[in-house]
Design a protein around this ligand. Structure first.
Ligand SMILES: NC(=O)c1ccc[n+]([C@@H]2O[C@H](COP(=O)([O-])OP(=O)(O)OC[C@H]3O[C@@H](n4cnc5c(N)ncnc54)[C@H](OP(=O)(O)O)[C@@H]3O)[C@@H](O)[C@H]2O)c1
Length: 367
């Protein structure tokens, strides 16, 4: 029986993780549950799963994440932001596998996380990265030509760029294919999520950003692809349902699931398009960020967090994300020059970048 620590158990990925556990009771059990502040939700889950440990980050502090992973076999990281970084490092140091849905931890701390992989596995739950890792199974890394990261394009892909300034939070929260938490849904609409994913993929698979190509695939059936030097391309396809990558990470093998089978009796049109970086400049931050010191990835991520919040509050216009984030990255680029990436510097620059971005948004849009 595999004991699972679920960090972020009340969110979209957390809830789906618990669904996978319910469906594989013979192999998986809940070891611990951690939410941020949703006490009612946590108590309900405690009643159902009787975990060995449960906690709320907002009440018990970050320490509760460490308490939750101790004694687990695998930890699903489905919290927001970088709060779980220390727990991830602890797991890797102590032979506890990490099923990582959270993108931010790898984006900010890839260079300290990846060298620790070995004693324990780092299993990507993000659907694109899970797909790529499956396409790479049994392959020689030297034969890889490009990673092709698919993108749904979000709700505004076909819209005219001139309308972008008028899009509201309500418009942006309507994702065409996936049902996810609000932060990642906005990231999907701006395509900033692809910037995060390019950086994430670069760390996970040891591939330069220039060899990772974003391909817009509106149907979200192909979850990503790998192109090889012989001209062949492998892809992984499935209905868009996060329970599949979660299950793949937790079980390591093919088992029946609740994911709807693709129906090839029906006409299925799959399209692939170039990413329009003019229209979605946030996506190109995933490449640009490698021109700056590594701690700037934390600045980029933190600045985007504040942008999402201000956009949801109706302060920041939808077409202003890129300028604000780029201004923050440029502002810190010099001071970041000789800064080593550590838990402390990540927290420090996360705080500084958030403060700077709030001020910037206030000056530009708050009055
Ligand atoms: N949703 C998806 O389909 C999907 C796909 C790929 C990757 N991811 C990644 O997975 C992670 C979780 O996404 P999600 O969509 O599941 O998010 P979500 O639905 O917003 O859930 C977030 C979880 O984290 C907790 N949380 C809230 N505020 C927090 C904070 N300030 N610090 C730490 N934890 C906090 C929430 O607890 P409370 O309920 O107590 O607030 C909840 O348990 C993100 O990093 C996202 O990028 C998600």
């Amino acid at each position: 029986m595999k004991k699972v620590a679920v960090l972020g158990c009340t969110g979209s990925i957390g809830t789906q993780t618990l669904d996978v556990i319910r469906n594989h009771k013979d192999e998986l059990c809940v070891h611990s549950l951690v939410a941020y502040s949703n006490l009612q939700g946590l108590e309900k889950l405690n009643r159902e799963f009787s975990p060995k440990y449960s906690g709320l980050i907002s009440v018990d502090g970050e320490e509760c994440l460490l308490n939750a992973v101790r004694g687990a076999d695998v930890c699903v990281v489905a919290t927001r932001g970088i709060v779980a970084l220390q727990a991830v490092l602890y797991c890797l140091d102590n032979g506890i596998d990490v099923a990582l849905a959270n993108k931010e931890v790898l984006v900010c701390a890839g260079c300290i996380v990846m060298p620790k992989v070995g004693k324990a596995k780092l299993l990507p739950v993000d659907s694109e990265h899970c797909a790529i890792s499956q396409c790479l199974l049994g392959k020689n890394r030297g034969d890889v030509c490009k990673l092709l990261l698919t993108a749904s394009g979000g709700p505004f892909f076909e819209k005219d760029k001139n309308c972008f300034a008028s899009f509201t939070a309500q418009d942006a929260l309507k994702h065409p294919n996936w049902s996810m938490g609000s932060k990642i849904t906005i990231d999907s609409a701006t395509m900033f999520n692809k910037a995060l994913e390019v950086v994430e993929a670069s760390h996970l698979f040891g591939v330069e950003a220039q060899d990772i190509q974003i391909v817009v695939h509106r149907q979200s059936v192909v979850h990503s692809m790998v192109q090889f030097v012989d001209g062949s391309v492998l892809c992984q396809m499935a209905s868009p349902d996060m329970r599949l990558p979660i299950q793949t990470a937790l079980l390591h093998c093919c088992k029946p699931s609740n994911v709807q089978q693709l129906d090839f009796e029906q006409l299925m049109t799959l399209t692939f398009q170039k990413c329009d970086f003019e229209k979605f400049p946030c996506a190109k931050l995933g490449y640009e960020i490698f021109n700056y010191p590594p701690i700037c990835a934390t600045v980029m991520n933190a600045s985007n967090d504040v942008c999402v919040e201000s956009f949801l509050q109706g302060i920041l216009p939808f077409d202003a994300f890129y300028d604000v984030i780029k201004t923050a990255v440029l502002h810190f680029a010099d001071t970041a020059q000789n800064v080593a990436v550590t838990i402390e510097t990540i927290k420090e620059f996360d705080g500084l970048a958030k403060q700077f971005t709030k001020q910037l948004i206030w000056e530009r849009y708050g009055k």
